[in-house]
Ligand binder design. Structure first.
Ligand SMILES: [Zn+2]
Ligand SMILES: [Zn+2]
Length: 371
């Protein structure tokens, strides 16, 4: 059958050597406007680390903020914080795992030992410096052939048998963050919830509100494909803000009462303000967006401070227990976030993938990147 076919074995990128070191390919932040694929040494494994061979990863909206220079990371940093992979090598102090295990780690990799972790705020690991978010921020990330996971014993979660990389690709960040919008907002059975923006995180917030028993979920966005997907994933009503004033429409839908929980999933003044304007007295604004510049609170929408409003913010919950729960949700078959993966690219076409993701064109939501 295949006697004429030649098997051409491309040299594995990871076997190339540079001054004695094994090299890998990695997406490196060079300067604002420039993320490029470079050759970098495969990281050395410390006692508490695990080295993963990355089998799939993806690009986050936050990476685009980094690319544009809106969120500062050090030049030379390898980007990416959504790893799916196989354990290649374990540090001497890491127990309970073996090389070859298929695992994910959260975008946030808490140490599990500091005061913030032990106080139940593991995303804020290390205190006032967003210390929990390390991958692709303060240490090298996973848009690469290999990534080092710090504090591996607190962060590696085994992928249940039968689930593909793509099945679990949303767990490290998008699903964890989106669900947390509903959890931090304390959505209760019978609540009315508005979700502002139906990008990947907003869509997961919509799913999260549904899972927590909201009886009316209103999804707001300006892109018709996203609104269609919102309906498919649990929104009862969708509003295209380009056609309809969402604040007016939501107040009408709730007979002037306002919503119990408004989830902000974009990080702009207008979405934050609209979320506040549709909130009932005593309601909760659950904010997930990453804001840049200045954010102001209009006093009329804020009832001049007398509305018993709660404004809560959440940084993606991480750590292996959070990941285990999310993997259970996927494994239960009750929720499929696979429609969020709209495009697939090999690592070598990463720069193209960034351009498509940043453009928000061609119906792009999440792009699976395969090293
Ligand atoms: Zn992210
Ligand atoms: Zn910690």
């Amino acid at each position: 059958m295949n006697s004429n076919r030649q098997v051409i074995q491309a040299p594995a990128p990871t076997t190339r050597r540079n001054s004695g070191k094994l090299m890998m390919r990695a997406a490196v932040f060079v300067e604002p406007g420039k993320i490029e694929l470079q050759e970098r040494p495969i990281p050395e494994v410390g006692p508490k680390d695990a080295l993963l061979r990355v089998t799939m990863t993806t690009i986050c909206g936050t990476d685009v903020h980094i690319l544009k220079g809106e969120y500062p990371v050090a030049p030379g940093r390898i980007i990416g914080h959504e790893p799916v992979g196989v354990i290649e090598k374990l540090g001497s102090a890491v127990e309970g795992y073996a090389p070859g295990d298929r695992v994910i780690a959260g975008a946030i990799t808490p140490c599990g030992q500091c005061f913030a972790c032990l106080d139940g705020h593991s995303s804020q690991c290390g205190g006032r410096k967003m210390g929990g978010w390390r991958l692709g921020n303060t240490i090298d990330g996973c848009q690469a052939d290999y990534v080092l996971i710090p504090d591996a014993a607190a962060n590696l979660a085994r992928i249940p048998e039968g689930l593909t990389d793509e099945d679990v690709l949303m767990c490290p960040d998008i699903m964890s963050t989106g669900f947390s919008g509903a959890e931090s907002g304390n959505v209760r059975i019978g609540d009315v919830v508005a979700v502002f923006a139906q990008g990947p995180i907003g869509l997961c917030a919509t799913v999260g509100a549904k899972l927590r028993g909201a009886s009316l979920i209103i999804g707001v966005d300006g892109i018709p494909e996203r609104l269609r997907l919102a309906s498919q994933l649990g929104a009862d009503v969708t509003i295209n803000y380009r056609e309809t004033d969402p604040v007016e429409a939501i107040m009408k839908l709730t007979d002037g009462r306002g919503v119990d929980v408004a989830i902000e999933a974009l990080g702009t003044q207008v979405t934050f303000e609209s979320a506040l304007r549709v909130l009932r007295p005593g309601g909760t604004l659950s904010s997930l967006g990453v804001y840049s510049g200045k954010l102001s609170v209009p006093l009329d929408a804020f009832a001049a401070g007398l509305g018993d409003h709660r404004i809560v913010t959440t940084l993606c919950p991480g750590g292996k227990e959070r990941m285990r729960r999310l993997l259970n949700v996927v494994n239960s078959g009750n929720v499929s976030l696979k429609p969020l993966v709209t495009h697939r690219f090999p690592l070598e076409r990463l720069e193209e993938a960034y351009a498509l993701f940043a453009s928000q064109e061609k119906g792009v939501l999440k792009i699976a990147i395969t090293p």
